[in-house]
Every structure is written in structure tokens, then in C-alpha cells.
Design a binder for this molecule. Sequence first.
Ligand code: KG4
Ligand code: ZN
Length: 338
Amino acid sequence: MNDLIFLGIESSCDDTAAAIVTGEGRILSSVVSSQTDLHEDFGGVVPEIAARAHAERLDRAVEQALTEAGTKLRELSGVAVTAGPGLIGGVMAGVMCAKGIAAGAGLPLVGVNHLAGHALTPRLTDGVDFPYLMLLVSGGHCQFLRVDGAQDFTRLGGTIDDAPGEAFDKLAKLLALPQPGGPSVEAEAALGDPDRFDLPRPLLDRPGCDMSFSGLKTAALRLRDRLIAEQGGLHQRDRRDLCAAFQTAMAEILAEKARRALAEARVPLLAVAGGVAANGAIRAALEAVATEARARFLAPPLRLCTDNGAMIAWAGIERFRLGHSDGMDLAARPRWPL
Ligand code: KG4
Ligand code: ZN
């Protein structure tokens, strides 16, 4: 089944993506059209705007993916599409597009869980074997998954409130830094003193791998308001020190919970995916924890860590190999735990 060629379609958040991937894990093309500019003024992704943009852009993304790969529709072995979880309008647009192509070209249709797409990426990029531990950490998700098979995931813990990327984005908004907040906060943090302010590490004293980030965000807000009240405004120094303290707290929480997850999962590899995995301090903290547990650490290239169509094509290939495909009744699901 190595001669498979799949089209993968992703539209569950604010990236319209399509890719062509082979059964050997070769990415023949990967087109990602970001909607960041459309949502910029709203301080977050607006579902209705996202859905409309996906509906407008999906056909072009698919066409471009096929052209760049030099692949004809009739050469495909199947069409994989994110069927959830995500913003329902966008997921529906993707599922409709995939159904149209599959029906028109007489191809198998494979619905993919977006989280499975992220979780199976280390197999696409590095051909890793099961089992392994995956920390999925993005603007919408934060969870530890033990991955034992292409359809065999165990959630060891996750956030009970905000996702870390969301918290980074909110902190950036509070400090009037550009969106997306993660890279802006990281850049400021590099110039700040992480020890000047002491921010809380919620749930760190509790057993298990669950995490909480909303308290961290609230503490940062209070600190900002106190500084403004005391000084009549925020100085550049304050902004940098606050970002450094925030990033350090975030890295410590994720690292400590990763330590516990590794102890529980007893697997030889810790992999990360999601936009927050781009953060150098967080990556370094996780890598140190993996090394300490004698596990390998793997962070796929960033363009495959963030939302993309290649991971969906690959997850579709893995499902298809297990004998699964879907009918025209494939439903778009806003919620779909693994
Ligand atoms: O995976 P992703 O592209 O989209 C989803 O959330 O699905 O992740 C985007 C998130 C944003 O919240 C962004 O601020 C965060 O990842 N992010 C970062 C960094 N780069 C992106 N967070 C911390 N440090 C970074 N360098
Ligand atoms: Zn994602």
C-alpha cells in the first residue's frame, strides 16, 4: 500500500489547507492559506468570517496542491478531510469540498480527526514507531496523548481551561503587542528578566497531567493593572519582564506535566506539535525533561506542527490502511474527542 497518494484537506480553524502525500510519507505539495489578516482586528478567529473564507478558498487550495504536486485527480487513491473537532462552519466547508471531489472522481473518502492529524505527524516526518507520547500545544488545544496506534490514543491529561497559545495571545493583547501573541511575547521575553515578577503555576502541586492556564493569565492582568496604577503607565522594561515571567511559568508548567506524563506513559519518545511548540524556551524545557527520562525528543518542522493539509492526508492514509473509509453521510463534528 506504499503506492497510495492522498489529497488532504484542512479547514477547522483559520488556515485553509490542501496537500498531496504518498504512502511512503513524501509530501508532494502542501498549500496553506492563512486567514490571520481577516481576523486581526477582532482579536481572535471569527467563526462566520472563517467559514466564508474557507468556502471561497478551498477549491483554489486543492487545485494548487494538485498542480504543485504534478498529480491528476485520477491518480489519487483517496481524499482525506478534517471532519472535526473545530469551528463547525469551516469543517463543513472542508467536508463538502472533499465529498464533491470524492464523488466526482470516484475516490474513497476518509474523515480524519484533526487531533489525530497532529498526533500522527511524527510518523509522517520521521517514521517513528508506536508507542510514543505527544504533547499537542496550540492556540486551541493542550493535551498529552499516548499514541499506541493510528486509531489508538489515550489522553493522559490536558488543560482544564485555556490553551497556552490562547493565553499567549491574550497576554499580547493586554500588553498591546502584535498578534499572533506567541512570537511577540517570545521576542519581548528574550529581552526581559524572568525573575522580577513571580507568576503562579496553577495545578502544579496536584498529581496528574491536567493543566490550568487561566489563573496565569489573570495574574498577568492584575500585575499589569497594578503597574499602570502605580506608575501611570507601562514601561518597555515592565512589558519585557512580564513576558519573560509569563513564558518561564508556561515552560515550567508544561515541563513538569511532561515529566509526569513520560513517567506514566513509559515510552521512548516525546513529540510536540502545535504552534506553541515553536517557542524556544518551551522546546528547551521539554527537551531537557525528555533527556532526563532517557526519551528521545522530537519537534517536527514548524510548518508541519501548525495546521496543514499534509498531516490530514497522512492520517487519512493511516486510517485507510487499517481498512477504514467513510460514506457520503460523513458528518462534520464541532466536538470529537480522540
Ligand atoms: O497550531 P496553531 O498554528 O493553530 C492552532 O491553534 O490550531 O497555533 C497557533 C498558536 C497561537 O496562539 C500562537 O500565539 C501560538 O500558537 N504560537 C506561539 C509561538 N508561535 C506561535 N506561542 C508561543 N511562542 C511562540 N513562538
Ligand atoms: Zn491544529
